[in-house]
Write a protein that binds this ligand. Sequence first.
Ligand SMILES: Nc1ncnc2c1ncn2[C@@H]1O[C@H](COP(=O)(O)OP(=O)(O)OP(=O)(O)O)[C@@H](O)[C@H]1O
Ligand SMILES: [Mg+2]
Length: 202
Amino acid sequence: MQLEAKNISFGYSKSKKIIDNLSIRIPSGERTALIGPSGCGKSTLAKILAGYIKPDRGEVLFEGKPLPAKTYCPVQLIYQHPEKSINPRWKMRRTLNEAWKPEEGFIKKIGIEPEWMNRYPAELSGGEMQRFSIARALGPETRFILADEITTMLDVITQAQIWDLMLSVVRERNLGLFVVTHSEELAKQICNNIVYFEDLMK
Ligand SMILES: Nc1ncnc2c1ncn2[C@@H]1O[C@H](COP(=O)(O)OP(=O)(O)OP(=O)(O)O)[C@@H](O)[C@H]1O
Ligand SMILES: [Mg+2]
């Protein structure tokens, strides 16, 4: 089982390629970190791997097949800026239930207080919001999580809590994990395999 990008190229404009003939194979049974400097294209690659952006060339395969376009995607991306990916006018309950309908026990396990469900995104702290993003991505059909700098904006204690939680769910459900980060230290703590962005396009 693996998530794979084969010879992908992509640019937001025709004149400038962000990703040029990149290939990567990420085994499902491992925790892999992607490290690279700011602006190099990590979030762009994560969006391509999750099927949100279609590459200009090349293909993304999960377990040997293209990602499904119409049914639930088993590869789920947790965003670097969760507030940008959700509707500011919806209460959190609606945002979460749009993805799937977790039971109360699951919500508790993720560390979401029931009362937060009735709030708008602007009424949550960064850490509280990120717990919702994690919950949203962990539907029963999820097989692989792409975590794009999900704790960069949080304090050290909250960071540790969020990663403990993520890793426990990843282990329990045997999910693949791909962690995008600037931090080599975090990568070493969480992952058993580190990939450097600049090495992927050689
Ligand atoms: N929607 C967009 N339209 C045009 N250019 C974009 C868009 N999103 C990103 N870019 C540009 O593409 C390049 C790669 O951006 P990306 O967000 O993938 O970098 P990153 O490696 O994730 O950076 P960071 O570590 O700061 O999050 C940057 O030069 C950025 O300005
Ligand atoms: Mg980024």
